[in-house]
Design a binder for this molecule. Structure first.
Ligand code: F6R
Length: 635
């Protein structure tokens, strides 16, 4: 994989491995690095225009993706004196129906993330107005286009990409010529915003967005994407046909557009996923493993039935030539795949562990399972947790944050009303006297909207509700209540989704639990997620904490296993441990998840995903299981 030094512009020669790509793509090591590159480009644009006495016109996006870019621009202003006084901005979109000061409005987002931290002139900021009455929308949209033209057009347009392939809010079906207009949001887009809005039912149905045509008029366009979740749609936009089904694919027709993505978001590009289709590869055991599984899926055949011709037809003839035929290659891959399967996630004591995913000794192991919000690890690896306990390991389930942002007001209200009733009818016993407190809580909840920030006592109640549900769910897996640890990391209490900032206090708490338990195994998530997402932020806390304890003797003996949460599930070739589940076990998992009031339909679908993975293993020629949970070993 190559990391280009700068974001390509017209004339930059295309790398030979990019033959399948119809638009220049830069794969950066990490989003922070990528955003620094783009921020440098923005700075030079602003400075050039300053020198010439002109303005720089930027098209801006919201959402998780540009957050690190805006932080870097704010830093450049603060520490390097970069002035935005000559900058004019046009935002892509705004939810229809939200006022400017709504916590989830894009107006508010832009102020919080960028405008409040730089010296831009308020009159130079343009964001579609989500409050124009229906009869004024057409005029408002035409005026927006007019303002862009009057500013001289957009010099540099920043974009993110939605899982529907949208740029701005141009959902599938948007035409190449579309201009600023009101649009109905796609179901997937609304689901992706559900956490921010405390439930999909609160996500606005409509938005005002610049059109594909408005975006394509920009002189330069850079689309950013981070994290595993974007990998599929990035590959479609970059390598697929230009189509209204994926509006980002229209960027292929722009002469000066580039994609700036991280390794996770690049993982479905042909040059990364199946480089043997692009040119000769050095066949390491890992590459051969990925390639053969890919081939088996492509040919819809079990691994052991692949033949030389199929290797030849799919760019892998040199592999079979090198190895003396397809059969030895098939056997190697089949064995390795089979060795990922284990019913002993903590290692099988006394067994030969040469080919097992986890060491047999020591037994029992000390295990820490880190869950960003309390339910996350149970969704991803409830079955593994149950096995670890059954097999006698010393497990602590660590809920990293309180999860209170997930709990709806109505659930807290139901609880507080019950408390009130209990105290009203219990004057003779110890509940008497609690009445006024319960009344106060009910009153607080009745008088707030879902988006007013929760006062500390309401946050506490929400956290306690989730705490109880988590303990109950862990108990279904056989874990004692006192082994469920609640870290309540402070960053979560200070922030909102997409806007969390890790502090030294977070790391301190996490280091303490690591030192206290000195685990042989850690289960964690978020390594390949969008950096502003909660799993990624908690992963950052864990990484920084582990860096502090790394020199300690126990740390060298600790294995880290990653599960996927709120991201695309692991693909078979990425799995290092596959833990089969029986029908009963899967049913128990579904039941324990249903114990969470906050559980979403998407999270419940994990049981189908576990079944689907078992079917994939079956298709590859392995034993037929009901369901499989998967983990990846990380070093
Ligand atoms: C936001 C916008 C959208 C987002 C896209 C990705 O102004 O226009 O196209 O860029 O939905 O959102 P995130 O970055 O939150 O994944």
């Amino acid at each position: 994989m190559t990391t280009a030094a700068s974001i390509p512009s017209p004339g930059t020669p295309r790398a030979p491995e990019a033959v399948f790509e119809r638009i220049p793509v830069v794969i950066a090591d990490d989003p922070g690095e990528a955003c620094k590159q783009l921020a440098r480009e923005i700075r030079s644009l602003i400075e050039q225009r300053q020198a010439a006495g002109g303005t720089a016109v930027l098209g801006l996006a919201t959402g998780s993706t540009p957050v690190p870019l805006y932080r870097e621009l704010a830093r450049m202003h603060r520490e390097e004196g970069l002035s935005f006084a000559n900058v004019v901005t046009f935002n892509l979109d705004e939810y229809y129906g939200l006022t400017r000061d709504h916590p989830e409005s894009y107006h508010r987002f832009m102020c919080d993330q960028l405008f409040d931290h730089i010296d831009i002139r308020p009159e130079n900021i343009h964001i579609p107005d989500g409050t124009v009455p229906p009869e004024g929308i057409l005029q408002h949209c035409q005026d927006y286009e007019g303002r862009i033209d009057a500013a001289g057009g957009i010099d540099l347009q920043i974009l993110g990409i939605g899982r529907t392939g949208h740029i701005g809010f141009n959902e599938p079906g948007s035409t190449r010529e579309s201009l600023t207009r009101r649009i109905t949001l796609d179901r997937v887009t609304r689901q992706d915003a559900a956490a921010d809005f405390l439930g999909v039912e609160n996500v606005p149905r409509f938005a005002i967005t610049m059109g594909v045509g408005s975006i394509l008029k920009a002189r330069r366009i850079v689309l950013m994407a981070w994290g595993e979740n974007k990998a599929g749609v990035v590959a479609q936009a970059v390598e697929g046909p230009v189509s209204e089904a994926v509006s980002a694919s229209f960027l292929q027709e722009h002469g000066n557009a580039a994609f700036l993505i991280d390794r996770s978001a690049a993982s479905h590009l042909t040059r990364v996923r199946s480089p043997w289709l692009v040119g000769p590869v050095a066949w390491t055991p890992d590459t051969a493993y990925r390639a053969v599984i890919w081939l088996a899926e492509k040919c819809s055949k079990p691994v052991l039935k692949l033949v030389d011709e199929e290797y030849n037809e799919h760019g892998m003839s040199d592999l079979v030539t090198e190895r003396g035929g397809s059969y030895p290659v098939n056997i190697d891959v089949f064995n390795r795949l089979q060795h990922t399967i284990t019913g002993w996630p903590g290692g099988k004591p006394g067994a030969d562990d040469t080919n097992r995913p986890e060491r047999a000794e020591p037994h029992p192991k000390r295990v820490l399972i880190f869950s960003p919000e309390p339910q996350d690890a149970l969704v991803a690896m409830g079955g593994v947790l149950e096995r670890l306990i059954e097999q006698g390991h010393d497990v602590r389930f660590v809920a990293m944050t309180s999860g209170s942002l997930r709990v709806r007001d109505e659930d807290a209200l139901r609880f507080c009303r019950a408390l009130l009733e209990l105290s009203e009818h219990s004057h003779e016993n110890s509940w008497g006297g609690q009445e006024s407190e319960a009344e106060r809580l009910v009153c607080l909840l009745e008088n707030k909207t879902a988006f007013d920030p929760d006062p500390p006592e309401i946050r506490r109640i929400k956290a306690l509700l989730l705490r109880g549900e988590t303990r109950d769910a862990c108990a279904v897996c056989g874990l004692d209540r006192e082994r469920v640890v609640f870290l309540y990391l402070p960053f979560y209490e200070r922030g909102r989704y997409r806007r969390f900032l890790v502090g030294a206090d977070d790391v301190e708490k996490c280091v303490a639990i690591l030192r206290d338990h000195q685990p042989h195994q850690i289960y964690a998530t978020g390594a390949t997620a969008d950096p502003s997402s909660l799993p990624a932020v908690t992963h950052e806390v864990l990484e920084r904490s582990f860096d502090q304890v790394r020199p300690e003797p126990w740390a060298g003996n600790c294995r880290v296993w990653h599960y996927r949460c709120r991201e695309t599930p692991l693909q078979p070739e990425e799995i290092s441990m596959a833990m089969p589940m029986s029908p009963d076990q899967l049913e128990r998992k579904a039941r324990l998840l249903l114990g969470f009031q906050t559980i979403s339909g998407m999270e419940l679908a994990v049981c189908d995903e576990n079944r689907e993975l078992a079917a994939t293993y079956d298709r590859l020629g392995l034993a037929e299981y009901e369901a499989i949970e998967s983990l990846q070993r990380r070093r």
